[in-house]
Design a protein. Sequence first.
Length: 155
Amino acid sequence: MSKKQSKQAQSKIPVLPLAIFAVALVAVFGAIAMMTNGGSAGGDAVAGDTSSPQLISPENYNSEFLDSEADHILIDVRTPGEFAGGHIEGAININVQEIGQRLDEIPSDKPIVLYCRSGNRSAQAARILDGAGFEGVYDLGGIQAWQRDGYPVIQ
């Protein structure tokens, strides 16, 4: 091998191993950030806690908001058709697809409780509201769990 070829071989940086290392590093730091996100990802909220968004069980929603008659807004983020098929009493319907464009309809001075069918869209809506600066955002999850726990829906 000539001196020129030897210098060229030494100057090549192994790109693939560096790319794999960078992706792994981002994944590790992302996981650490999610684990240290105030513990809200897996915890069950209480009405006095204002960190957002928080998961809240049907039982805690009833005791913290309904039984105590605490002022709040309940938003069903499913489609209008799903809402018409049965919803939690007192809920208003703002489809998750529209929630970002309808923020002015949501009061920012009281807790906001969101739900959908299974919990995916309510989590998405909670992130949208949190990103828009809303505080006191609660994710009730899905109406399926609500009904499974024996709570009523109205049509």
